[in-house]
Design a protein around this ligand. Structure first.
Ligand code: ATP
Length: 299
């Protein structure tokens, strides 16, 4: 065991540049073809050796921290159980990623907890072992470990990094109340009973990404969960229209929503769009850039 009593790992929010969703399978899962990007909104997870297991959660005032379970159902706590040991831990989660926002905040915390626990105890488990543990915890957790820009297939858990030379600027607008991911998928099933078994291919988005041109990427953004998310929350459609009117190249629901992300042509463009949205009455508009690194230890 290393002479360390505490390790902090930072993990990023994800957005889906492409989210193709196929017809629900008999096992209840939807086949996906998705392109993830990690963007610069972060949760930090600190794992320390302690006398008893406990969890504390802190974060920015606009986050709905009451939504986060503080018992064994917290996905970061479940992550620690992936590598059982006799030691007791204090888990501290410092949140910046919107809760239940379609940005995989819980998945980021799980990936961070997995890595922090591994490094705290000097386990140095190989990447494929950590990725397998991550996939057992949730479909988005492997990507939270890998970061950058990556294609995800299967349930999204089979992740392959994608070459992405771009530096993309985003504005993320969270909603005051979250949306349940399973509820959005159920609504997709209602609205799209004829959805093809094969999800829409990510190839057009990948081709656009390779050009490095924001406008081409903006046009190629695709999310099959946008229609059910907007049907459940019609105001998201107004938000997308408003952000585009404020200068964004394109707005799209992030994953299962309700966070909406806007691709902008530059850092200045993102700042102007965010300022315009705040001026229009949206309480929080966060600028972020991507791609950024996956889960990593902070010095
Ligand atoms: P995804 O896009 O991966 O489905 P999300 O970003 O929409 O997820 P999360 O922030 O991961 O949503 O939260 C989904 C639910 O998971 C919350 O409503 C909460 O009850 C539960 N949860 C469990 N652990 C955590 C955690 N560490 N942080 C946030 N939510 C958590």
């Amino acid at each position: 065991m290393r002479d360390r009593t505490s390790v902090t790992v930072r993990a990023a929010a994800k957005i889906n540049l492409h989210l193709g969703v196929g017809r629900v399978r008999e096992d209840g899962f939807h086949p996906l073809d998705t392109v993830y990007q990690a963007i610069s909104l972060y949760d930090d997870v600190t794992v320390s050796v302690d006398d008893a297991d406990h969890l504390s959660v802190a974060g920015a005032a606009h986050l709905d921290l009451d939504e986060i379970p503080t018992d064994g159902s917290n996905i970061a706590v479940r992550a620690l159980a992936e590598a059982p040991c006799d030691v007791r831990h204090h888990l501290r989660i410092s949140k910046e990623i919107p809760v239940a926002g379609g940005m995989a905040g819980g998945s980021a915390d799980a990936a961070a907890a997995l890595l922090a626990h591994d490094r705290l105890h000097g386990l140095a488990q190989p990447d494929d072992v950590l990725l397998a543990q991550a996939a057992r915890l949730g479909s988005d957790v492997p990507f939270s470990l890998v970061g950058g820009t990556a294609r995800g297939v299967g349930r999204g858990e089979l992740v392959t990094p994608v070459e992405d030379e771009g530096s993309w600027w985003w504005v993320a607008v969270p909603s005051a109340a979250g949306l349940s991911t399973p509820a959005v998928y159920r609504h997709f099933d209602v609205l799209r009973p004829d959805a093809p078994a094969e999800p829409a291919s990510a190839e057009p988005l990948l081709a656009a990404l390779a050009t490095g041109e924001p406008l081409r990427v903006a046009r190629a953004l695709h999310n099959d969960l946008q229609e059910p998310a907007i049907d459940l929350r019609p105001e998201l459609g107004d938000l997308i229209a408003r952000g585009e009117a404020e200068g964004a190249l394109r707005g799209i629901v992030s994953g299962s929503g309700p966070t909406v992300v806007f691709l902008c042509d530059s850092a200045d463009g993102a700042r102007a769009t965010a300022a315009g949205l705040v001026g229009a009455g949206y309480a929080v508009a966060l600028t972020a850039t991507g791609p950024v690194a996956g889960a990593h230890v902070l010095a």
